[in-house]
Design a protein around this ligand. Sequence first.
Ligand SMILES: [Zn+2]
Ligand SMILES: [Zn+2]
Length: 232
Amino acid sequence: MKPRLLYALLPRRCAFCGKPTPADTPVCGACQSALPRIEGVRCPKCGRGSGHCVCRAAARYYDGLAAPYYYEGVVRRGMHRFKFRHAPGNAAVYAQAMAAAVRDCYAGQAFDLIVPVPMTETARRERGYDQTRLLADALSDALGIPCAPALVKCYETFKQHGLNAWMRKGNLAGVFDVPDRAAVNGRRVLLADDVSTSGETLNECAKMLWLCGAASVHCVALALTKYQRNND
Ligand SMILES: [Zn+2]
Ligand SMILES: [Zn+2]
């Protein structure tokens, strides 16, 4: 999508709290100053700032994880509106922040494809839209990198909500598949998700991409939870 068209689609309400804002202001002043930004030195593997690293000994199949925000405060409320109250116009605003995190964390790294972490058909039908897909499409516009939403498929058994970290890990084994391996082979992939909690979902997706010969897999999310035990 061209920038002008993208701009025309920007909401006239704050992308985080939903309050009306002037036409040129996608985020209100109160939210702007309250954004839980991830700044300064970050862990290259889990994307969190010092003191919040959640890395453990477990193998990671991705080369990095970048995100602009922690999943708390106005970002948490904004994501909730985005996911459950159907505010898909906010994707463009959120994608700008994700694009900035990608440029910041992966300076010098080139990407061939953006791949959204897939959701199941059932989940998509229930919600009416796929919020990660919306973010990935908007990120594609912001970065000028093609989005390849069908590269990774998700089986119907994939239901993470309400599971703890250990159950999530077990639940994830083998739920993702890459039907067209040639489309992945040798490609530098930017794997996009909305919120990353334990990193297991990204890791399982990255593993499939890596097994299919991806040259690199870097991850980006809009927000990261600060603590491993948070199960949202
Ligand atoms: Zn606001
Ligand atoms: Zn870390």
